[in-house]
Design a protein around this ligand. Structure first.
Ligand code: A2P
Length: 336
């Protein structure tokens, strides 16, 4: 039995972490919940009794065994090292430590072996990389991934509660002027979460500007894929797009391998893995993925421009496998 903390417990991912700990009957001795001063003192009903949310700023991590962090990179940078120094293993959902050489970056079911010898902090990959690698991991093992062109279709819950609130608000305000959406007379909704409105729209820009004209989300897809697959030479060409979807990140990917890979072998490799459902006669969508643990893979096709590769579509619940579920799976591996 472990003393477990959720840091960012009142957020979109933190709440999902709690329900997944409950569903999976995680062996919790004591559960502690941390958030900002704003939520401190509120009561959260859990299967281990009612828990009072504590202020992270004044947290005393003594006695904790495992802390699942999802309160943003700044909070992770500020507080995770102190939690780790107090003897607790931190599983961090932010990007703060992902690329550090001494921090394992783990997709449970794909590279569990990387956990060995961790130094107190383990990183959870980015939600888009996670869904994609559930499909790509088995293909890489089978034939060696050489290159990948990947375009994501990312839901607003990837931006937390604020993203979901903004989509609902903009769908209503912009949708109230249906003709304006047709003839261009729609009015700017005046919100600032994204670079352009997300209601009734698609934003070919997810994340923040980074180097070479790419966003940080796009660089995560490149760097995290290489780290998780232990293959720094893989050529990744990413485009990250935000779509007006509540939950579920989809990725369309075209891949070439060290040897030709056909659809039958690719399908068999992915279907054999835990946590992946291959849909051959139905089209998997974000709505199908919402609330479930498995990543759904469909539209598996042979490349036609340059034969020998595979194109596919993968979609997963970004709050579950993309975030909370994987942190809990890592915690399960840690206590096993
Ligand atoms: P709070 O609800 O008190 O603001 P989301 O990204 O879904 O909005 O969730 C963010 C999570 O991170 C929430 O639990 C939020 O708590 C927490 N959080 C945000 N800022 C801080 C902070 N400065 N200190 C502690 N927790 C924070």
């Amino acid at each position: 039995m472990s003393n477990v903390a959720i840091v960012g417990a009142t957020g979109a991912v933190g709440r999902t972490m709690l329900s997944i700990l409950e569903e999976r009957d995680f062996p919790v001795k004591e559960l502690r919940l941390f958030a900002s001063e704003r939520s401190a003192g509120s009561e959260v009903p859990t299967r281990w009794g009612s828990v009072t949310v504590e202020n992270l700023a004044t947290a005393d991590p003594s006695g904790l065994d495992i802390a699942l962090f999802s309160a943003g990179g700044d909070r992770s940078r500020e507080f995770a090292p102190a939690f780790a120094a107090a003897g607790c293993t931190v599983v961090d959902n932010s990007s703060a430590f992902r690329m550090r050489d001494d921090v394992p970056l783990v997709v449970a079911g794909v590279n569990d072996h990387a956990l060995a010898g961790h130094g107190g902090i383990v990183a959870n990959p980015n939600c888009t990389t996670m869904a994609l690698l559930m499909a790509v991991g088995p293909l890489h093992r089978a034939a060696g991934l050489a290159s990948m062109v990947a375009t994501s279709y990312q839901s607003v819950s990837g931006s937390g509660m604020a993203g979901m609130d903004e989509l609902v608000r903009q769908n209503a305000t912009l949708g109230a002027n249906r003709q304006g959406l047709v003839d261009g007379s729609w009015q700017e909704p005046g919100d600032a979460l994204y670079v352009r409105p997300i209601g009734w729209n698609v934003l070919p820009f997810a994340g923040n500007p980074a180097s070479e004209g790419y966003t940080d989300e796009e660089w995560k897809l490149v760097n995290e894929t290489r780290k998780i697959l232990q293959a720094p030479h893989i050529a990744v060409e990413p485009t990250c797009v935000r779509v007006p979807v509540m939950v579920g990140h989809g990725i369309a990917a075209t891949m070439m391998f060290d040897r030709p890979l056909d659809v039958a072998e690719a399908t068999a490799a992915m279907a054999a893995g835990r946590g992946v459902q291959v849909w051959e006669d139905r089209v998997p969508t974000p709505l199908d993925s919402a609330g479930i643990d498995d990543v759904l893979v469909g539209r598996i096709r042979p490349t036609i421009g340059r034969p020998g590769g595979i194109s596919l579509w993968a979609v997963g619940d970004n709050l579950r496998k993309g975030a909370a579920l994987n942190t809990v799976e890592i915690a399960e591996l840690l206590i096993a």
